[in-house]
Design a protein. Structure first.
Length: 296
């Protein structure tokens, strides 16, 4: 399907132009235009080389997460995941807010029975959980509630210096519902996760998030997306099969005991020796030249 998408140079709308990095304003960035799919209303979907950039674009609502927004995110991610020309994805928001939480107006009057029968919020995590390609969250400003959960669904988190992470759902008479109690605990430990989730008022700034291991690196806000694209580009330049296997193996570390995890890793390692990229990579190393991966 993606092969039929036409690409044209993309100029970011004025509403979000102030948050764009130099990388995203370059002539090499493109936005999807397709007669097969409706135009996105709440996100921007762009490409730069082998890197895709998905930008949440509800500036008036501070990128509050609603069902329509997540359907668009899922659609864009599915397309990029099935596009052989894309090797990694960057997910970002505005300089003021990555996503300030869920759209409370949308969910406040829903009822348990309908939520249970329709698996409410289930579609928030399905596509990202299925993604074979790495996703880097570039978080500027607020990442609260569902915004924090969305960032934690990604494989790597980069933060701007003014980023704020928190799970304030307890203040609304509810609890995190898209992974906050599970992923945050794994990232920062039980005591800190309990403190953040049970008080709903104790958040992490960017430096604290880095100290706890929630984020990998902190950058000036205006450089954040550019740096995320650089790292995504490095990842996308590697052999796609090995990248996919490495991501799968690391994620299994959360699911398996050590013995099973080591066995899983070893089997994937052995499997890489059936790929063209392993032969090319090791040959290039022995011959002291740069490898030319074919993603097979």
């Amino acid at each position: 399907m993606l092969r039929t998408l036409a690409l044209r140079p993309f100029t970011r709308p004025a509403a979000v132009a102030s948050t764009a990095s130099a990388a995203l304003r370059s002539p090499g960035v493109h936005r999807f235009v397709s007669t097969e799919a409706p135009a996105y209303k709440m996100i921007l979907a762009e490409t730069q080389g082998r890197v895709a950039v998905v930008t949440l674009n509800r500036p008036k609502a501070l990128n509050a997460l609603c069902s329509e927004l997540f359907h668009e995110i899922n659609d864009a991610l599915a397309r990029f995941d099935n596009d052989d020309s894309i090797g990694a994805v960057v997910l970002t928001g505005s300089e003021r807010a990555f996503a300030a939480g869920a759209d409370i107006k949308e969910m406040k009057d829903t009822q348990f029975v309908s939520n249970y029968k329709t698996n409410f919020l289930g579609h928030w995590v399905e596509q990202i959980g299925r993604m074979r390609k790495p996703i880097i969250a570039a978080v500027n400003g607020y990442a609260l509630g569902g915004g924090c959960e969305l960032a934690m669904m990604c494989d790597i988190i980069y933060a701007g210096e003014k980023a704020v992470f928190g799970q304030p759902e307890i203040n609304l008479g509810t609890i995190p519902g898209a992974g906050g109690t599970q992923r945050l605990t794994r990232a920062v430990g039980k005591s800190k996760a309990m403190e953040m989730i049970l008080t709903g008022t104790i958040n992490l700034n960017a430096d604290e998030a880095k100290t706890y291991g929630l984020v990998s690196a902190v950058f000036p806000p205006e450089k954040l997306v550019e740096e995320a694209i650089k790292t995504a580009g490095k990842i996308a330049s590697k052999g796609a099969v090995s990248v996919q296997m490495a991501k799968e193996a690391v994620n299994q570390a959360y699911e398996l005991n050590l013995s099973s995890g080591l066995h899983f890793e070893r089997r994937l390692f052995q499997a890489t020796f059936s790929t063209k990229d392993q032969k090319e990579g090791m040959s290039a190393f022995a011959e002291k030249r740069k490898p030319s991966f074919v993603h097979e």
